[in-house]
Design a protein around this ligand. Structure first.
Ligand SMILES: *Cc1c(COP(=O)(O)O)cnc(C)c1O
Length: 312
C-alpha cells in the first residue's frame, strides 16, 4: 500500500509556455488491485463493517465496475465475505472484472436492469437482507458517508495549497471529499464521465449534506465547485479516435497510463482548458489520478472496431 500516494510534477512545453504548475496525485499507485479512489472510498466502509462485527459486505455495480473489482479484493484482504449485486443478465464466460471478483471470493448475484434501478429502495434492500442475512451495504461506486470520509484524506496528504484540485466524477463522492476539505480560495474542478453531468451538482450537494447537515454550510462548500460537463466524448464509456490518440501521447510524454472512462477525459479537458488560457499564469493545479485501469480491459472490442490500440 502506497499512502500517501505519490505526487508527480508534469513538465511540457505547453505547461512552460502557459506558466502552469501541474501535479498528478497518483492514487492509481496506492494499491495494485484496489484502485485509486475506490481504495479511498472502501477504507472506512471496511473499518465500519468490521467495527460493527459484520462478516459480509454487499455492494452494487455494472459488469466492468472498478468498484466491484476493488470491493472484492478489499474484502478478501480484510477477511470479509463479499456479495456483488450486478446489473443485467449473467453473460458467460464472465468478463475479466467479474471473473477476478469471483476469484477473490465475491458471490455474484445478477439482477435485471429494471430491478437494479431499485437498488436504493428500502424494500429491495430488505429483500436482500432476507436473502443474504446481515451485511454492511455499500451503495454503487462507494457513494456514502464513509466514502466521502475516505476522500477527505486526499488533500491532507498535500504539503501546499494548490489553486485547483481536479478530479473526474461518476457519483461525485470523490469530488465531495475534495470539496469538504477545500480551503478558502481553492477551486475543485470536476469533470463528469457521464453525459448530461449536470445532475452531479445535486448528487454532490446530497453527499455533502450528509456531513454538514446544514444548508448554509453546504452552500459554502459548493462555492468551490467548478463542474465541467462537456468532455464525456459521447457518454459513459464511449471512446473516439481523438481520445485514444490523446492517451497514447499522454503516456509517451509523462509515462502515466490513463483509464478510458474517467481520467482520460479529465486530462483531455484539463489540457484543453490550459491551451485555451482558462487558467492564469502561475496557477497551481493538482489533478487526481483516480485509477480505474482494470476497466480498460473492457474496451478490447471497441478498440478493435475502431482499428485503434493503446500503447500501454
Ligand atoms: C469510480 C471512478 C471514478 C468516479 O468516482 P466518484 O467518486 O464516483 O465520482 C472516477 N475515476 C475512476 C478511475 C473511477 O474508477
Amino acid at each position: 500500500m502506497n499512502i500517501p500516494s505519490p505526487l508527480q510534477k508534469l513538465e511540457s512545453d505547453l505547461l512552460t509556455e502557459k506558466q502552469i504548475d501541474l501535479w498528478v496525485k497518483r492514487d492509481d499507485l496506492i494499491h495494485p488491485a484496489i484502485s485509486g479512489n475506490k481504495w479511498r472510498k472502501l477504507k472506512w466502509n471496511i473499518e465500519k463493517a468490521k467495527d460493527n462485527k459484520k462478516t459480509t459486505l454487499l455492494t452494487f455495480g455494472g459488469a466492468f465496475s472498478n468498484h466491484i473489482a476493488a470491493a472484492a479484493h478489499a474484502c478478501q484482504e480484510n477477511g470479509l465475505k463479499s456479495i456483488g449485486i450486478i446489473r443485467g443478465e449473467k453473460v458467460e464466460p464472465l468478463n475479466s472484472t467479474l471473473r477476478k471478483a469471483e476469484e477473490n471470493g465475491m458471490q455474484l448475484h445478477f439482477v435485471s436492469r429494471k430491478d437494479y434501478k431499485l437498488k436504493k429502495n428500502d424494500d429491495f434492500i430488505l429483500g436482500l437482507r432476507n436473502q443474504f442475512g446481515n451485511f454492511h451495504a455499500v451503495p454503487e461506486g462507494g457513494a456514502n458517508y464513509y466514502g466521502v470520509m475516505g476522500c477527505m484524506e486526499i488533500t491532507k496528504e498535500l504539503d501546499f495549497e494548490p489553486d485547483y484540485l481536479v478530479t473526474s466524477a461518476g457519483t461525485g463522492t470523490t469530488a465531495s471529499g475534495l470539496l469538504m476539505t477545500a480551503k478558502q480560495e481553492q477551486k475543485v474542478m470536476v469533470f463528469s464521465g457521464l453525459k448530461d453531468g449536470g445532475f452531479l451538482e445535486k448528487d454532490i450537494k446530497h453527499l455533502i449534506n450528509y456531513t454538514t447537515y446544514n444548508e448554509d454550510d453546504t452552500a459554502e462548500v459548493l462555492r468551490h465547485l467548478v463542474l465541467k460537463t462537456d468532455y464525456h466524448f459521447g457518454g459513459f464509456a464511449k471512446i473516439t479516435p481523438e481520445l485514444i490518440q490523446f492517451v497514447n501521447v499522454f503516456h509517451q510524454q509523462f509515462q502515466i497510463p490513463l483509464d478510458l472512462i474517467y481520467t482520460s477525459k479529465l486530462f483531455y479537458g484539463l489540457f484543453d482548458g490550459i491551451r485555451k488560457n482558462h487558467f492564469p499564469p502561475k496557477t497551481k493545479i493538482v489533478a487526481l489520478h483516480t485509477g480505474g485501469l482494470q476497466g480498460n480491459l473492457g474496451f478490447d472490442k471497441q478498440l478493435k472496431k475502431l482499428g485503434l490500440t493503446l500503447n500501454y
